[in-house]
Design a protein around this ligand. Sequence first.
Ligand code: SF4
Length: 264
Amino acid sequence: MSFRWYFEFSFDICRQDKVIVHIKQITMVDQNLVSDLNKRADAANLVEMLKNVAKQFPGKAVFTTSLGIEDQVITDMIFFNNLDIKVVTLDTGRLFEETYKVLNRTIEKYGKQIHAYFPKHESVEKMVTEKGPLSFYLSVENRKECCHIRKVEPLGRALDGMECWITGLRASQSENRHDLDFFVWDAGFKLIKCNPLLNWSLEDCQKYVKENNVPYNVLHDRGFVSIGCAPCTRAIQPGEDFRAGRWWWEDNSKKECGLHTHQE
Ligand code: SF4
């Protein structure tokens, strides 16, 4: 694996006028590795792509699942093939009962662990005490604060120490995702992000789940396409945009929760 080592320096003047130099070692993945992974990515064989990721990043590859249909496809590929990829989920505390049920059915079916990350209770307690339990409806700022506390911060802990982050993003899911690649550098979390389902349609995912008897969230059968927290997700009508069911009271351009906004 190809790494370059960089050093970041910062200075503190302490009381005795001594200068303390803090040296922070940062691993920067060679951009060539991203290009190389993209060249080797076989869109027709996702299991091979995931096997290569597990081999390239032993013990350092993580898959974050929201238990949606796309993520269930990847979970099946990882668990069925016993790949060395850690599977984690973010329990925001506001999920649908149906989501917990599919989580439970998935754990039972594969007999594998899905690591749960919760928000820091102090942050949730402060936010809810000061602003109430539905503050996210009042402003984009409040909504982003809630997403940061319940999703982004726990995600940071889930990704800590990892080198490759696998997601279930598809290019057709939103305007912001059209220029994605199979492998991209995530400047925010400072790791390589792998999007194996990039070219898959929703119908491809539905077909895979049916043919392979993969557990899925029953809300998908009731018009829910992208499923997140219960107060912020609703069913959509046929022909409506994929993201119309998420944060429907906000402008389309603001509809990202901060999990997938750092690609470079
Ligand atoms: S989706 Fe809604 S409830 Fe969930 S973290 Fe974001 S604002 Fe909070």
